[in-house]
Ligand binder design. Structure first.
Ligand code: PEP
Ligand code: MN
Length: 359
C-alpha cells in the first residue's frame, strides 16, 4: 500500500527531533455562517493545521439536527479563504464526495458509521478514483480491526496515497466513563500492521466530555500518534450537536499548551544505556513469569487427570467465583489494578479449562 507522509499533505516540516501533533479543530457541525466564521476566526491564533466542520451529520436517532447540507460547503469555502487554513469534512456517500470536491474541501474523512459498511466505503472509494485528496478513515464503531484495515485498503485501492487513520473509540453496551471506549490496543495493532500510516486521535468522540479531552490527547501523544482532531465551538453549550464534548477556542489553546510533547527516540547514549538496562531486567522477569505459568499449567494437567479418573466435571462454579474474588484482592495489595488482575486470571482460567478438557 502506497502511503504518503503526513508532511507531504500538511505542507509542514517538523522542527528538528520534535514531533508536534498535527491539529484539526472546528465545530462538530456547521450550523450558521456566523457560528462557522466566528469559531474558525478564533482558531487562527491556536496554531492549528486544518479546520473541521460536519456538513452532513450521521445521527443515531432520527429527528435530530442532520447537518445543513450543501449550503454549509459554501460557508466553509468563504471561511477557509478568510482564515487561510485548509478545510476538512465528513463524506458518507458518492454525492457528498462530489459536492465536497466541487466546493474545494481539502481533506475528507470517513465517519465511524460509514467505515463499518464496506458498501459505503467502496462507494466513496469509487467516487474518489483519479482524485488526489487526503482521506482520513475513522475506526468503525465496533472494535473490529479488519474492518478498519479494509476501509483503508478500499480507499488506497482507489489510488489515494494521502491516507491517515483516526482513532475515535468504540461503542460498547456497558456504560463507562467514555462515550466510546478507546481500546488503545486496536490502534496500536493497526500501527504495527501499517507502520507508515499516520494516525490521529479524536479525544472529543472518545471522551464525550470536555474534561476528558486533555488526558486522552496526552495519552495519544504518549503513544506517538501523529495528530489530534478536537471539536471546538464558539459557544459549546449552545451547539446543535455534541455540545458536551466541544470546547471553546480559548480552552483549545490551553489544552494544546498543556500537552507535553515527547520525543519518540533520542540519541543520548546515557539515556539509551539506562533504557536497555531496564528493558533487559523486564526481559528476564517476563521469562520468569512464563516459567511460573508453565509450572502452574503442569499442575492443571494433574488436576485434569485427577478429575477425569474420579469422573468429576472440569468446571466448578464455586472455584471460579473464588478465583475471581481473591486474585484481584491479592493484586490490589501489591498495587496492581483490579481490572487488570481480573482479566489476566480470566485468560489463565480459560486456558486451564482448555487444558483440563483435552485430557
Ligand atoms: C464527527 O466527527 O463529528 C463524527 C460524527 O464522528 P464519528 O464518525 O467518529 O462519530
Ligand atoms: Mn461530533
Amino acid at each position: 500500500m502506497e502511503i504518503s507522509t503526513l508532511e507531504s499533505w500538511i505542507g509542514k516540516k517538523q522542527p528538528n527531533g520534535e514531533k508536534k501533533p498535527v491539529v484539526i479543530a472546528g465545530p462538530c457541525s456547521a450550523e450558521t455562517p456566523e457560528q462557522l466564521l466566528s469559531t474558525c476566526q478564533a482558531l487562527t491564533d491556536s496554531g492549528i493545521d486544518i479546520l473541521r466542520a460536519g456538513i452532513w451529520k450521521p445521527r443515531t436517532r432520527p429527528n435530530s439536527f442532520e447537518g445543513v447540507g450543501e449550503v454549509g460547503l459554501q460557508w466553509f469555502q468563504e471561511v477557509k479563504k478568510e482564515v487561510g487554513l485548509p478545510s476538512a469534512t465528513e463524506v458518507a456517500n458518492a454525492q457528498h464526495v462530489e459536492l465536497a470536491l466541487k466546493y474545494g474541501v481539502d481533506v475528507l474523512w470517513i465517519g465511524a458509521r460509514s467505515t463499518v459498511n464496506p458498501f459505503t466505503v467502496q462507494e466513496i472509494a469509487d467516487a474518489l478514483k483519479g482524485v488526489d485528496i487526503p482521506v482520513i478513515v475513522k475506526n468503525p464503531i465496533n472494535p473490529d480491526l479488519s474492518l478498519w484495515l479494509g476501509g483503508i485498503e478500499r480507499i488506497a485501492g482507489a489510488g489515494i496515497t494521502k491516507l491517515a487513520a483516526l482513532h475515535r473509540g468504540f461503542s460498547s453496551f456497558e456504560k463507562t466513563k467514555y462515550r466510546n471506549v478507546p481500546m488503545w490496543q486496536i490502534a496500536i495493532e493497526l500501527k504495527s500492521l501499517l507502520p507508515n500510516l499516520p494516525i490521529f486521535c479524536d479525544p472529543s468522540h472518545i471522551g464525550g466530555s470536555r474534561d476528558l479531552i486533555l488526558p486522552l490527547a496526552q495519552r495519544a501523544l504518549d503513544l506517538n500518534y501523529d495528530g489530534l482532531m478536537i471539536e471546538t465551538h464558539i459557544n459549546p453549550d449552545k451547539a446543535w450537536s455534541d455540545a458536551s464534548q466541544q470546547v471553546t477556542p480559548m480552552r483549545l489553546n490551553e489544552i494544546l499548551s498543556e500537552l507535553r510533547i515527547k520525543r519518540p527516540t533520542t540519541e543520548d547514549p546515557e539515556f539509551n544505556t539506562h533504557l536497555d538496562d531496564l528493558r533487559h531486567k523486564i526481559d528476564m522477569i517476563d521469562r520468569e513469569i512464563l516459567e511460573i505459568l508453565a509450572t502452574r499449567m503442569s499442575l492443571v494437567e494433574k488436576i485434569g487427570d485427577y478429575k477425569k479418573e474420579n469422573n468429576v466435571t472440569v468446571f466448578q462454579v464455586d472455584r471460579w467465583i473464588k478465583v475471581f474474588q481473591t486474585r484481584p484482592e491479592w493484586g490490589k495489595k501489591m498495587n496492581l489494578d483490579s481490572d487488570f488482575t481480573a482479566q489476566l486470571f480470566k485468560l489463565i482460567h480459560d486456558e486451564s479449562i482448555k487444558i483440563q478438557a483435552s485430557r
